[in-house]
Design a protein around this ligand. Structure first.
Ligand code: GAR
Length: 217
């Protein structure tokens, strides 16, 4: 287990490789970028589990190609969000997961997940938070006429993309951008940013104090 549970001014730290669970709902290209960084030794961690709420999502195939265990479920088969999250938490505990990485996981989370993992659960969002939270962050920025948007990695709290910000990368919006062209430049930013942040956490360099996140040298 790692030390430090966030919000207490202590860095998350671990001498053993950080045990990660990735949560995703779709293609899983961010999972792929992270899994390659782990495989290549750029991030001192192991991805133990991929959790997915869509049994046909491509991320599951990507996970199997890396030999990583998957856990998929259909939310409709549960009476409540809490009910499926209880099963997820049991899985995470059985694997001794240190860090949850939400990479395109398109579901709101409840206290069942947030309480045990606050400060040990991060998310990547395709906008510069607190601008354009929630679904379609890319389309929201385009429609608003913003000139700059980007990618954010933040700790997950009970709100929609409201948790403490760890790192951000700006992406310029061009006059002729479509959701596809802008989305692909934001994703390129994400593929660098997310593994970088996970690497910092694995090195014990990330301290969470209230809303303030510090990256120590
Ligand atoms: C990513 O771009 C991520 O920022 C976004 O979903 C995409 C998933 O792509 N997440 C959100 O919009 C969360 N609000 P991927 O499955 O190819 O990694």
């Amino acid at each position: 287990m790692i030390a430090g549970n966030g919000g207490d001014g202590k860095a998350i730290s671990s001498s053993a490789p950080l045990k990660i669970a990735v949560f995703a709902s779709g293609s899983g290209s961010n999972f792929q970028a992270l899994a390659e960084a782990v495989r290549d030794g750029r991030v001192h961690a192991t991805i133990e589990l991929v959790v997915c709420d869509k049994p046909s999502a491509f991320v599951l195939e990507r996970a199997r190609n890396f030999g990583i265990e998957t856990y998929s479920f259909s939310p409709k088969q549960y009476p409540s969000r809490e009910a499926y999250e209880e099963e997820i938490v049991a899985k995470l505990q059985a694997h001794g997961i240190d860090l949850i990485v939400m990479a395109g996981y398109m579901r709101l989370v409840t206290n069942v997940l947030v309480e045990p993992y606050y400060g040990r659960m991060i998310n990547v969002h395709p906008a510069l938070l607190p601008a354009f939270p929630g679904i379609n962050g890319i389309g929201q920025a385009l429609e608003y006429g913003a000139k700059i948007t980007g990618a954010t990695v933040h700790f997950v709290d009970g709100g929609t993309d409201t948790g403490p910000i760890i790192a951000q990368q700006a992406v310029e919006i061009r006059d002729d951008d479509t959701a596809e062209t802008l989305g692909s430049r934001i994703q390129q930013a994400e593929y660098g940013l997310l593994p970088t942040v996970v690497g910092w956490i694995a090195e014990g360099r990330v301290t969470l104090n209230g809303r303030k996140v510090t990256i120590n040298n």
